[in-house]
Design a binder for this molecule. Structure first.
Ligand code: BG6
Ligand code: MG
Length: 217
C-alpha cells in the first residue's frame, strides 16, 4: 500500500519560519513600522512577492516597482545570511525518525514548498536525497492556498491526491492541501490550524502507529 507523504519545508522540517520572520521584521523596521508574531502567522506559506505586498499594506506604504524589487532582494539576502549557518542540527525533532519509517515502508516522500530556496536548504541540512520529488516556488505558477504545488508533487510520486498526506504549518498550506483533496496534518496550534484534518504541535506528538494507520487506510 503506497501513499504519498508530502512535507512542507519551512516550519515543518526546519524552523526557518523564525528566519523569515526576522528578515521581514528588519525590513519593516527599515520602512518605519513593526510586525508582530501574530501578523507573521499570516505570512507563513505565502510567496515572497505576496508577503511583501501584505506587509506594505500593514504599514500603509506603497513602493515603486523598482523599490519593491530592491526590498525583495534585500529580504532574500538577509534570509540567506541565516540559511548559510544551517546544518543538519536544525532538522526538527522526530523528523528523521518519521522519514526513516516512511523509507523503510517504501512510501512516496515529496517536498511541497512555496520557497525558492528549498533545494538549497535541503542540501544544507543533508536531506536532499531523501525526497523522491521536490516541488518548490520555482515550479508553480499559483502559490498556496492554491493546491498546485501539492498536485504536482502527487503526480511526480505517481500517486493520486486522495492517497496523499500533507504536513503543513501554515494556514495557506492547510487550505491548499484540503483543496487538493488530500489528508491535511497541521503542525502547530489548533487555534491557527483548526481547518486541518489533524493537528499536532510537532512531530514528537506523532506516533508511528498513527503513520501506520494513514498508510493502511
Ligand atoms: C514559505 C514560507 O515556505 O516560503 C514563507 O513559509 C516564504 O514565509 C515562502 O515567504 C517563500 O520563500 P522564499 O525562500 O522563496 O522567499
Ligand atoms: Mg511552512
Amino acid at each position: 500500500n503506497k501513499k504519498g507523504f508530502i512535507f512542507d519545508l519551512d516550519g515543518v522540517i526546519v524552523d526557518t519560519a523564525k528566519y523569515h520572520y526576522l528578515s521581514w521584521k528588519s525590513l519593516a523596521n527599515e520602512l518605519g513600522f513593526d510586525i508582530t508574531l501574530e501578523q507573521n502567522e499570516q505570512l507563513k506559506g505565502v510567496s515572497r512577492v505576496r508577503s511583501l505586498e501584505i506587509i506594505l499594506g500593514w504599514g500603509n506604504k506603497t513602493l515603486t516597482e523598482e523599490a519593491f524589487a530592491k526590498y525583495m532582494a534585500e529580504k532574500n539576502d538577509n534570509y540567506l545570511s541565516h540559511i548559510a549557518q544551517m546544518d543538519a542540527g536544525e532538522i526538527l525533532p522526530d523528523i528523521p525518525k518519521t522519514l526513516n519509517y516512511l523509507q523503510e515502508t517504501q512510501q512516496g516522500i515529496a517536498l511541497g514548498s512555496a520557497s525558492k530556496n528549498a533545494r538549497k536548504i535541503l542540501q544544507k541540512v543533508n536531506l536532499y536525497e531523501t525526497f523522491q520529488a521536490i516541488v518548490d516556488g520555482n515550479d508553480v505558477s499559483k502559490a498556496k492556498p492554491d493546491p498546485e504545488v501539492f498536485l504536482i508533487a502527487a503526480q511526480q510520486l505517481n500517486t493520486v491526491p486522495t492517497d496523499c498526506i500533507v504536513f503543513e504549518d501554515s494556514v495557506a498550506g492547510v487550505t491548499a492541501a484540503n483543496a487538493a483533496g488530500m489528508i491535511s496534518i497541521g503542525i502547530g496550534s489548533d487555534e491557527t490550524l483548526g481547518h486541518a484534518d489533524y493537528v499536532f504541535n510537532d512531530f514528537t506528538e506523532i506516533q508511528t502507529r498513527f503513520i501506520e494507520e494513514l498508510i493502511n487506510r
